[in-house]
Write a protein that binds this ligand. Structure first.
Ligand code: B1M
Length: 211
């Protein structure tokens, strides 16, 4: 196996120290940071994403894989910036106002990053105004809203309305998700996409920024 395949395999097993060791080794061997990112780290994360979608692995495995990915990416970050490897697109993500659940939102963030997108995480209890402010400040193409409560899911409509009011609705795609969200809810509030899980959210996000 090549060192890049080793990185992918170690990441899938969530072995953070091994991933760090292998990324360092790959750099010493002259592998390009871009290849290490795409054929090592992102390749491994994409396998995890598919398995998660198919219920072959679960939240803990995704979290340890993501932790390993973050450690590997951190070693590459400065070199990638030197090489000028641009992110494929930019997203802002947050759990909507009144809602403090963030496990699913964090998974979506990790999966988006796993697809090479830059993600600005606004955290939890994010007001519509804060989403708008982030879009204006960050120039994001995607607005990703998560909600876990039937009492807070209506905030997603307010996000869409706030983007309209601010005159930036046509500049972004609004993606929604979380346990109570459905496709018909997405359609009713005028969002652009509902996805049921983090892996399909990442697929859709990539589709939007590369369309
Ligand atoms: Co809360 N809680 N909780 N809770 N909690 C639920 C959601 C609940 C269903 C439990 C229940 O009653 N059976 C219920 C909601 C009922 C309803 O609204 N119909 C509930 C309640 C009522 C509450 C409180 C009101 C309880 C109280 O205080 N009386 C309170 C509300 C606090 C608040 O937010 N203001 C509350 C508090 C909490 C904790 C703080 C204790 C904790 C959250 C910790 C945290 O997130 N840091 C918590 C937890 C852990 C849960 C359960 C048990 C698990 C949620 C979770 O993390 N799941 C949950 C019951 C359950 O779901 N079984 C429950 C794992 C996570 C990976 O899944 O977030 O669905 P999920 O994300 C998925 C998809 O939905 C999707 O991708 C993810 C993975 O693939 N997804 C997206 C998510 N966001 C997406 C965005 C996308 C696309 C896909 O595009 C942008």
């Amino acid at each position: 196996m090549s060192v890049l395949q080793d990185i992918s395999a170690a990441l899938q097993r969530g072995r953070m120290p091994k991933v760090k060791e292998l990324v360092t080794q790959a750099l010493e061997q002259g592998e390009s940071p871009k290849a290490i990112l795409e054929d090592g780290l992102l390749a491994g994360m994409s396998v995890i994403g598919e398995k998660f979608k198919n219920n072959e692995v679960f939240v803990p495995e995704v979290l340890v894989a993501a932790r390993a990915m973050n450690a590997g990416t951190a070693l590459l970050k400065a070199k990638l910036q030197e090489e000028g490897v641009a992110a494929k697109g930019k997203a802002v993500i947050g759990t909507v106002k009144g809602d403090l659940h963030d496990i699913g939102k964090n998974l979506v963030k990790l999966m988006l990053e796993g697809k090479g997108l830059e993600v600005i995480d606004l955290g939890v209890d994010v007001s519509p105004e804060k989403f708008v402010e982030a879009v204006n400040e960050q120039g994001a193409q995607l607005v990703c809203c998560s909600a876990l409560l039937t009492t807070t899911m209506g905030e997603m409509k307010h996000v869409v309305e706030a983007l309209e009011k601010a005159g930036v609705r046509d500049k972004v795609k609004v993606m929604v998700g979380g346990a109570p969200i459905t496709q018909s809810f997405c359609d009713a509030i005028g969002a652009d996409a509902y996805t049921p899980d983090a892996a399909s959210a990442a697929d859709k996000a990539l589709e939007f920024v590369t369309a």
